[in-house]
Design a protein around this ligand. Structure first.
Ligand SMILES: *[C@@H]1O[C@H](CO)[C@@H](O)[C@H](O)[C@H]1NC(C)=O
Ligand SMILES: *[C@@H]1O[C@H](CO)[C@@H](O)[C@H](O)[C@H]1NC(C)=O
Length: 349
């Protein structure tokens, strides 16, 4: 009797799961072939963003693994970094999705993180290079058209020194409007550190120990600074986000409860500073987490999730700080996509 009751329950449960799947997936077309853009997704929680399928206009420019995106909200440009043999490493698009140019640079081996600084007066593009060749293990600053301006680190030599500065697969860089530079180093090499440099490249403070303790890291992957002098780091290998005081480097807190299933890969903020945008590569999710008030770190809370289809593998994101539009680099689908905020209820416009 008991067994029969259980199988009845299981049948009912399966029916419910099936219904839920129909409701969620019912309006979504079947998975397209690998070459076509993969535009499947569904929204969970508060609907904050929707896919803009008109961006970019032609997806055939994506010829490699798309690793990172950076937005210049003033010039209206989106830089997409991709990896692979004999592929242009940087593609430049307009916000309307027109393809504008590629960078024909031979100075970039394997881009990882990409960041646009000083959009309003003198924009430049910073790219971390995790390549093993003569230009690798560095962070490079380029003009908007791809002219190499500056190299941080010791090209071609992985290392842990701070004088001279060395990196091992530096994952991402954030350049504050003050000129201060924050670097997470790295993406699985010797180093597990967060470094703050002054504008003239002097080390201000550093957290450099590998481990799972407070202020230690395991594959620090993405970094951003909010408007309240707090540095947020996606500590990927430890499945948590750690928070530091940007002036002193003091540890302020840690968020882990949102990431039990999959690690945070990116950390960025919406322009109104209300939400963090965190992607989780293995679960194919872009999550919007509520940003805590000043003086509080507390526990993380997920407000909304953009659930992408399997194997899309979102890696890093960036936002248009004027409109709140969100661009995501997807390694699995080998494409970048644009999501725009809902104007009603989203609160960005
Ligand atoms: C890059 O190279 C291609 C092919 O040689 C050329 O058509 C294009 O104009 C070049 N772009 C830049 C920005 O130099
Ligand atoms: C931004 O560009 C202006 C003009 O070149 C320059 O004076 C300023 O120092 C730059 N700011 C940063 C943070 O690099």
């Amino acid at each position: 009797m008991k067994r029969k009751g259980n199988s009845c329950l299981i049948a009912v449960a399966m029916g419910v799961v099936f219904l839920v799947m129909v409701v969620f997936y019912g309006t979504i077309s079947p998975q397209p072939s690998a070459a076509a853009p993969n535009t499947d997704y569904r929204l969970l929680g508060k609907p904050l963003y929707k896919l803009d399928i008109s961006w970019p206009k032609y997806t055939e420019h994506f010829t490699g693994e798309v690793f990172g995106v950076a937005v210049n909200q003033v010039a209206g440009l989106v830089y997409v970094a991709q990896r692979g043999e004999n592929v242009p490493k940087v593609l430049v698009f307009s916000m309307d999705g027109d393809f504008l140019q590629t960078w024909n640079t031979s100075t970039l081996e394997m881009p990882h993180g990409i960041f646009l600084s000083n959009a309003s007066s003198n924009p430049t593009v910073w790219i971390t290079d995790v390549g093993n060749g003569p230009f690798g293990h560095t962070i490079k600053q380029y003009s908007p058209s791809g002219k190499l301006l500056q190299v941080l680190g010791t090209a071609g030599e992985a290392g842990s020194s701070v004088s001279p500065l060395q990196f091992d697969q530096p994952a991402e860089i954030f350049v504050h409007s003050s000129g201060d530079i924050y670097i997470v180093d790295g993406d699985g090499g010797l180093n597990n550190r967060l470094i703050k440099l002054s504008k003239d490249l002097q080390v201000q403070w550093m957290h450099g120990e590998k481990g799972a303790g407070l202020g230690q890291f395991y594959i620090p992957h993405s970094v951003t600074v909010d408007s309240y002098q707090r540095v947020w780091v996606a500590d990927r290998g430890n499945k948590r986000i750690q928070v530091f005081n940007s002036l002193t480097g003091d540890w302020l807190g840690s968020w882990g409860s949102c990431f039990s299933e999959d690690a945070p890969y990116s950390v960025r903020l919406t322009p109104d500073q209300k939400y963090f945008v965190v992607v989780q590569l293995n679960t194919n999710q872009i999550s919007l987490l509520e940003a805590p008030p000043v003086g509080v770190i507390g526990q993380c809370r997920v407000a909304s999730v953009i659930q992408l289809a399997e194997d899309i593998k979102p890696h890093l994101v960036d936002l248009d700080l004027k409109t709140g539009a969100l661009y995501v680099a997807e390694i699995g689908a080998q494409q970048a996509q644009k999501f725009t905020p809902f104007t009603l209820g989203g609160g960005f416009l």
